[in-house]
Design a protein around this ligand. Sequence first.
Ligand code: ZN
Length: 219
Amino acid sequence: MQTIRVSILGPPGAGKGTYASEVARFFGVPHVSTGELLRQEIRKGSELGRRVATYVSRGLLVPDDVVNELVGSRLSQGDCAKGFVLDGYPRTLQQALFLEKHYPLDKAVLLSVSLKVAVERLSGRLYCPNCGETYHVSWKPPRKPGVCDNCGSRLVRRRDDDPEVVEARFREYWRLTLPVVDFYREKGKLLEFDANGDSRELAPRLVSILAGALAKTST
Ligand SMILES: [Zn+2]
């Protein structure tokens, strides 16, 4: 049976979620986001979830063995038999080695985005702490600057989206993930994609490039 196993790699602000969900929809396979898996496990309050929560609440990265366990058990479920699109995984070489051993990828897509674009995207995000509505200063500005259209509350920016924090997250991502990129490049599985434009416009292009590349590898 032909399977489609893809991971979308890229730093914060690259638009991984948008691309991953478009690719998953096109190929009819699940979009597996590690961020979402971790949040679900915390909500379930399982033993693993409580361990995950101790790292997340202190702003620490969840250790590789914990993430591997979580992703491994998700990928073993029936709906992933035809494949999957990973988002946020693998982030480290240890994770990539685990994945390659158990569920080898067909392609790893690297979304390249400049630090300037990432900062612009993420630091422009605002949300309403009262009703939860989200805005962006450039693409979805509120009618009155800094004020929620729905309820009139003052809009705030998540601390994670402060320019200095975005820059630190961006550098940390590359420090951990560059070995992953090299790993897939050496295996001939890396597909680089310039993601500096609007992700909604670019996603269909990535889908068609990927479909072509996968057709080639399967023959
Ligand atoms: Zn509001």
